[in-house]
Design a protein around this ligand. Structure first.
Ligand SMILES: Cc1cc2nc3c(=O)[nH]c(=O)nc-3n(C[C@H](O)[C@H](O)[C@H](O)COP(=O)(O)O)c2cc1C
Length: 596
């Protein structure tokens, strides 16, 4: 069949393409042409499916929404916002704490950066928005292009659960995902930067504005800031390392004073210090021996195995990806079974107290080399410690309160990586790699007259030493009430003389302590809260700010429940009313938690 004349002027084809297509069609009959037209239509549809189904965005706006407990997701969101601005987007950076149904109204582009907390729960500031989005009142999101970055930790059972939920829900509500979700482990920085760059590239495809040049420079300095955290830590000299417990205590808690001299580092009460640790050389050597590797085996970038295991990789905590890799190498039926969907709760129990070395010992593997082994490990994460000093009082020093982790399981003594590094392998005069980790979710009220209720058993008391130092320096007139708890009054009353001095001078208005092992009945801070219900509620009604710091697993939920009960009983609220009361406090930043 002779086709109509096809040229480069009556088609999108080049002259050469037009000629070749015309030649190919010359001897086709009508039915072949008809079949071919269907075939070409199918090809066209496939090509189109590779691109967005949505009309191009009509504005340059981009919303970056984050949910963050200790600031990691917030830091990533800030970097994303910065880079998006440099690309010419008109960026709106919003915390989920301030987000509601209207936040997503008419939004065309959305980036979500959210961590997972608790047992697969959203971070505190994101709780309400999460509930809204997962519920029936969630907004319809047709026309939205979005991408989600999850922050989490592969050693938790519900890895990046909140990120996964948002990703699925935004699609369910009609949004179009423009980039596969990335789930980040504790060493999230690099993966987060790759995600930001790829997502912005995908989103910028329909953006006409070229990037302004000076914004690109700001972008570079911001990314240096993000990398500074672990890759370029400050080497802080240890000035003091003192035990805080009495001799007959069964706990070991250290008070560390580090010098920030000439670092230019600044911090605020509530911030944390990230300590970049080294693994225990004895543990690393035992592992290398068990694996029958040569300690000097070369790895990438001129590293040798022993050095890399000491400083680069986590060699204790078991993660699911490591176990999966080990199951593949060992083909051990037991391990493969434990990784099955049906064995989730059994695996959780089995993991209790087990470390990498236990798996290596129990399920021997032959034929892998040092490079393969190290590739199965994750990067050694820094550990965060709440700062126990105010810079207003301690100027170029930063103080930390460190509970040294030591226990024995499965026939082995276990020491916490960073705490044993600080307790056993570092002395005054040595230098420790650190950085400041801001925590905007745990901050003193601006109003110096506002009353504070601080609940911090064990090392959870650290930031309250900083709070009181700061309030003393500022001459803040607001009342301060501290709830402290530990095992024994005689040996475990951390910073006892400082609290008593502040109590005497009137800075500390009230001090309630709970020593669990000083009597036959265990008494905890939450019991003291209940005992003081009437006064406590009066403080809440007077606008007190409540801060909780310390154990996330038992203490924080128990304290939360005690607060609920106090509000319910004293305020005559029902269960829901008490929850609303606390939620409202959270919204007003009058209920802040730093729990771990
Ligand atoms: C008490 C606590 C519970 C956590 N629970 C989980 C969890 O269930 N799943 C997970 O993937 N990560 C979990 N994480 C890890 C955090 O998501 C991870 O540290 C993240 O980088 C924190 O980001 P943020 O500072 O923005 O909140 C938990 C961390 C803490 C301190």
């Amino acid at each position: 069949m002779a086709p109509n004349s096809l040229t480069d002027t009556n088609s999108p084809l080049s002259a050469d393409q037009a000629k070749r297509v015309q030649q190919a069609l010359t001897d086709l009959d009508a039915s072949q042409c008809q079949w071919l037209s269907g075939y070409l239509a199918g090809l066209g549809a496939q090509a189109a499916a590779g691109t967005s189904q949505l009309a191009p965005a009509t504005s340059t706006t981009l919303t970056v929404l984050y949910g963050s407990q200790t600031g990691n997701a917030e830091g990533v969101a800030e970097l994303a916002a910065e880079r998006a601005g440099a690309k010419g987007f008109d960026v709106k950076l919003t915390s989920m704490a301030d987000a509601g149904k209207k936040t997503l109204k008419e939004v065309e582009r959305l980036l979500v950066v959210v961590s997972t907390q608790g047992d697969g729960d959203p971070p505190d500031p994101a709780l309400e928005f999460h509930e809204l989005m997962m519920g029936r009142k969630a907004p319809k999101l047709a026309g939205l292009r979005f991408a989600v970055l999850g922050l989490g930790d592969t050693s938790y059972e519900h890895f990046c659960q909140t990120g996964k939920q948002f990703d699925a829900r935004l699609a369910e509500l009609g949004g179009e995902s423009i980039h596969a979700r990335t789930d980040c482990d504790v060493d999230y920085e690099e993966a987060a930067e790759v995600w930001i760059d790829e997502v912005l590239e995908a989103l910028a495809a329909d953006l006409a504005t070229p990037p302004p040049a000076q914004a690109a420079e700001a972008d570079a300095s911001q990314s240096a800031q993000l990398r500074y955290s672990k890759k370029h830590p400050f080497l802080a000299e240890v000035l003091t390392s003192q035990p805080l417990n009495g001799r007959d205590s069964d706990k070991q808690t250290l008070h560390l004073e580090l010098s920030l001299e000439e670092s230019g580092l600044e911090y605020l009460p509530g911030d944390a210090v990230g300590v970049v640790p080294q693994n225990d050389p004895a543990h690393v050597d035992e592992l290398i021996e068990m694996l029958k590797f040569d300690a000097e085996s070369p790895l990438e970038e001129g590293r040798v195995l022993r050095d890399a295991l000491l400083t680069d990789f986590e060699v204790t905590t078991l993660t699911r990806p490591f176990l999966q890799q080990w199951a593949e190498w060992s083909q051990a039926p037991e391990l493969r079974r434990l990784l099955g969907e049906d064995a989730r709760s059994e695996l959780r129990d089995w993991l209790q107290g087990r470390h990498i070395i236990d798996v290596v010992e129990q399920f021997p593997v032959d034929g892998i080399d040092a490079a393969q082994f190290s590739a199965a490990l994750r990067k050694l994460p820094p550990r965060l410690y709440s700062i126990a000093s105010s810079q207003a009082a301690a100027s170029d020093e930063v103080h930390l309160t460190v509970a040294v982790v030591r226990y024995a399981t499965h026939g082995r003594a276990r020491d916490g990586v960073t705490t044993s590094y600080l307790a056993d392998r570092i002395e005054p005069g040595d230098r420790v790699p650190i950085y400041i980790d801001r925590n905007k979710q745990f901050k003193l009220p601006e109003d110096d007259e506002a009353p504070l209720i601080m609940i911090g058993p064990g090392t959870g008391v650290a930031p309250f030493r900083a709070f009181l130092q700061e309030r003393e320096e500022r001459g803040a007139g607001g009342d301060n009430w501290l709830f402290f708890g530990d095992r024994r009054f005689r040996s475990d009353f951390l910073y006892q003389s400082e609290w008593l001095r502040w109590r005497q001078h009137g800075l500390l208005t009230r001090l309630d302590v709970a020593f669990s092992r000083d009597q036959s009945d265990k008494v905890y801070v939450q019991d003291r809260l209940r005992e003081q219900a009437e006064t406590l509620y009066a403080w809440l009604e007077a606008g007190a700010y409540v801060y909780v710091c310390g154990d996330a697993e038992f203490m924080a939920p128990d304290v939360h429940q005690a607060l609920r009960d106090v509000i319910r009983e004293q305020g005559g609220h029902g269960e829901a009313g008490a929850d609303d009361y606390l939620r409202q406090m959270q919204q007003e930043k009058r209920y802040q938690r730093d729990i771990y």
